[in-house]
Design a protein around this ligand. Structure first.
Ligand code: CAA
Length: 260
């Protein structure tokens, strides 16, 4: 299937999804958001894919935000629908069984920062820049920024960044714990693929369960989170992968996970 503004390639068990609207710094219009959601739904069904790498085309931007031209004349109902469209995509990424890595190659602003934050891991090139300029446009982040940034940084730092609209560079984002690693721009995809390969060598059911447990735990109280973890832990003992993983350890060999 062809997705307008999206380039998709497969490297082993990783899908690289590149948002390609270079002339508008990969700004997210409604069509891109719809296509991303459709693509993620299809990827979810694809048993061969374990990791998805999200990145932007060109060397200047990951995504410079939601499309301001498209938003400029929205009325209240249309703006609500637009925000819902974006949050539905980000919720889908959050709940996906696949491991999602944002490879941020330049500006990740507004909706672009929100998209990067929806991933499980963020690898940034040295020239990456993050920020929420929404208040400079008379609006607030609408694709989860006011919810996800405080969860990542705590309310004080998140409020400073959202209230000021200040754009931070990759080093500051790394020091704040928003970015896992900073790399040279021309090594971004290769280094991200290396990480994807390392992750993919592990049992997919265990990876998905770990993601589910962490994400669920961030939204509930600790006791509820601990119960959730115990249940997922127990559930994995009904899988072949658990049997194979432990048998391989005992037989001093590498496991061969079948994702079942
Ligand atoms: N929407 C639509 N078009 C955008 C865009 C956006 N978010 N960001 C950049 N573009 C377009 C520009 O209009 C320009 O197109 P034209 O040549 O046709 O005018 C092209 O991309 C290149 O941009 P610039 O010439 O501005 O490039 P620059 O290097 O001078 O500046 C920038 C780069 C600082 C990122 C600047 O483009 C910018 O400030 N962009 C807007 C960033 C922003 O405010 N993002 C948040 C949007 S609101 C949002 O995302 C809400 C939400 O939470 C859902």
């Amino acid at each position: 299937m062809d997705y307008k503004f999206l380039d998709i390639s497969l490297v082993s068990t990783s899908a690289i999804v590149k948002i390609n609207r270079v002339e508008k710094l990969n700004a997210l219009n409604g069509e891109i958001i719809n296509n991303l959601l459709m693509l993620f739904e299809n990827i979810e069904e694809d048993k061969n894919i374990k990791v998805v790498i999200l990145t932007g085309a060109g060397d200047k931007a990951f995504v410079a935000g939601a499309d301001i031209y498209e938003m400029a004349n929205l009325n209240t109902i249309e703006a609500y629908q637009f925000a819902k469209k974006g949050t539905n995509l980000l919720k889908f990424i959050d709940n996906s069984t696949k491991i999602i890595i944002s490879a941020v190659n330049g500006y990740a602003l507004g909706g672009g920062f929100e998209l990067a934050l929806a991933a499980d891991i963020i690898i940034a090139s040295k020239n990456a820049k993050f920020g929420f300029p929404e208040v400079t446009l008379g609006i607030i982040p609408g694709f989860g920024g006011t919810q996800n940034l405080p969860r990542a940084l705590g309310p004080y730092l998140a409020k400073e960044l959202i209230f000021s609209g200040r754009i931070i560079d990759s080093l500051e984002a790394f020091n704040l714990g928003l970015v896992n690693k900073i790399v040279e721009p021309d090594k971004l995809i290769d280094i991200t693929l290396e990480l994807a390969k390392k992750i993919s060598s592990n049992g997919f059911l265990a990876l998905s369960a770990a993601k589910e447990s962490i994400n669920n735990g961030l939204n509930v109280g600790k006791n509820e989170g601990l119960n959730y973890e115990s249940n997922l832990f127990a559930k994995l003992f009904s899988t072949n992968d658990q049997k194979e993983g432990m048998k391989a350890f005992l037989e001093k060999r590498k496991p061969e996970f079948k994702n079942m």
